[in-house]
Ligand binder design. Sequence first.
Ligand SMILES: [Fe+2]
Length: 575
Amino acid sequence: MSRVTQAVLLVLTVVCFVLVVASPKIKIVHKKRGFAVHRFAAEKILQKGFSDDRPLAVRLTSNATISASPSVLERSGDSVTVTWSGVSNPHTDDYIAAFLPNRNGTTTIPIRYKKAELSKDYLTTGSGSLEFNLVNHREDYTFVILKNISAPSIVAISTPIRFKLGEKEPTGPHISLTQNKDEMRIVWTSANVTTPTVKFGKQPGAYDKSAIATSTTYTREHMCGGRAKTYGWRDPGIFHTAIMNNLTPSTKYYYIVGDATSNIWSAEQVLYTPHDSTSTTHVTVWGDMGHANADGSTEVDQQLGARDVTRAVANEVSQGNVDLALHIGDISYARGYSHLWDEYMHDITLVSSRVAYMLSIGNHEMDYPGSSSYFQGEDSYGECGVPYDVRFPMIRPEVKFPDRLWYSFDLGYAHYVILSTEHNFTIGSAQHEWLTNDLKLVDQTKTPWVIVAGHRPAYLASTGKDNEKVAEEMRKNLEPLFYEHRVALAFWGHHHSYQRTCAVLHKKCTKGAPVHIIVGTGGMHLSTNCIKLPHFEYVDCSNYGYGRMKITKTDLIWEFVLPDGTVKDKLQLTK
Ligand SMILES: [Fe+2]
């Protein structure tokens, strides 16, 4: 046998191994002229040219090669340099894509991809290199060269790229408030481990306290339908929850999370506990964020505006001047693509791992026909609140679903009420009864500021008739309560704009009524249908941004801030 024949046989053997072992759905359907032609069903991969029923061909040639360096990454989020060569007829429609083999045997979609032509001289040489950041999804990656979008095929596959800590690497730590002032809850993700643990202390590297976590997860069977149950599904890992207690207010802590048995730990994180009940507090507020790759790569779905807003909020947090980050619905926009939750949790880590990250559920986490959602649209693409609920235990995790989605807490001089606008809020509903009781119990001598937040707005200035219909229903059922109990501010999202009313009751500026603010500017593409209405003092349909609030006993200062730091709107309320 000649050396050339031996080389060809070796390549074909490796290729078959990769295809059979790494991607169980791939099967050989045709073989001719020395090319193995493979096909597997692919979801809409590159925004155009692909669809669910359009197979992706794999044409592996012996002269195109692709590799990534390093092939073992130290930590989730680290970058690799992908290098390739030997592509014949290089074209503007060629892509470099990162795939995760799918252990569940369902359709595989690329995790992220870039146009090959982004590498200088690719179109003339057929060679190039590009940088990617890779998030640990508890599986090895492979990179491929995807050629010709109009008749897509894979022309080379790299050897696996893996993470040093493997599937046990802790990822996406996020902290939240509990019902006890000296505690914080922490949740992180990894594969199943024996002794999930958080270690923490006031000095870097010196963790004098620890807590063992309880673990849980959700499965495909918990999804209500749609792509969440089919081609969007991926194993989400195991979620470990621990309580850090005896914490001192307004203090910087250092911590690691991981497995005490296998001794696999996260890098050291920092955590800022909130100020106590007699101190000034600072809060950031936004809704409708989503995920965007920091490395500039594309994927099946991302919200590019999120990149700048996330960076700006993380910058505020890093200065140690944020007590609470409030995300009011439409969190990751994973919408049935399970892997996007991991991607999002990586994006937001510099916020969620450092300060209390409190959330309300949005339509894109919750709504699905046949679920408990009040609105029966398919906005969650089958997730029906399950990933949100498991990932983000809030103040009352012991309460049954969905009632635990609405909750309240005190922080500094404010009482916060978080609603689920995706569940029945009308008079007589469980949520309305809970809200009535909660507002009744507020002691405004201790927390003079009562702040309500939820996803869909009760007031908005737009041409959207459907949103206005919901707003009208919300006003009818909630506004009298808000007014009676002297709610100062109501935060909403859903409409991707920034809007602020006067103190308003029944659409009329009224002293003592709440100011309603929409801050749905976290990253999802902006709404463009704003209008002017007499009871709105500020309407901005053209900027991403977030809210910043400073609360003292007598003053509440609110600012709408752009990612570059520009303060676009300011409001000061005084008691
Ligand atoms: Fe929404």
